[in-house]
Ligand binder design. Structure first.
Ligand code: HEC
Length: 125
């Protein structure tokens, strides 16, 4: 009986992680880490000159505890289209790079605003 029950539960268990990874759900730790690490190097070469190596701000505003970062579309649209003195990066960064940088700045220096997907970046173009 216990064996039959365990066998019956196997398919359910196998399906569960797939369901949790559907659009809108939190990504796996691997996906998050890959985006975060790509975002860190891309931020350093494209953004740190104005926003500081640690997001502390310089010519651009500080990104540390910056409440504007809570809104995914504000972050993706600002990176892709620029804003005022900030140049647009839509032509030099892929959706994956925009999403990675957005994920990095939203989850560094004490920020805890969550993951941004390449689909979020694509939607801002
Ligand atoms: C040439 C300098 C410069 C560079 C390079 C730059 N920014 Fe900016 N950024 C600014 C300025 C200035 C603002 C404020 C715009 C305004 O409000 O007039 C800004 C605003 C922002 C904002 C909105 C937050 C706020 O308080 O206005 C975000 C998010 C942001 N930048 C992220 C980035 C990212 C990510 C990169 C790299 C892909 C980047 N910036 C590159 C200058 C820059």
């Amino acid at each position: 009986m216990a064996l039959a029950l365990a066998a019956a539960m196997l398919p359910l268990h196998a399906v569960w992680p797939g369901a949790a990874a559907m659009a809108g759900e939190a990504p796996s730790q691997e996906v998050f880490d890959a985006a975060y690490n790509l975002g860190r190097s891309s931020f350093s070469s494209n953004c740190a000159s104005c926003h500081g190596a640690n997001g502390e701000g310089d010519a651009g505003p500080s990104l540390v505890g910056n409440a504007l970062l809570a809104k995914v579309n504000v972050v993706t649209e600002t990176i892709i289209h620029g804003y005022s003195y900030m140049p647009p990066f839509g032509d030099v960064l892929t959706d994956a790079q925009v999403a990675a940088i957005a994920t990095y700045i939203r989850n560094s220096w004490g920020n805890e605003y969550g993951f941004v997907s390449p689909e979020d970046a694509e939607a801002a173009r």
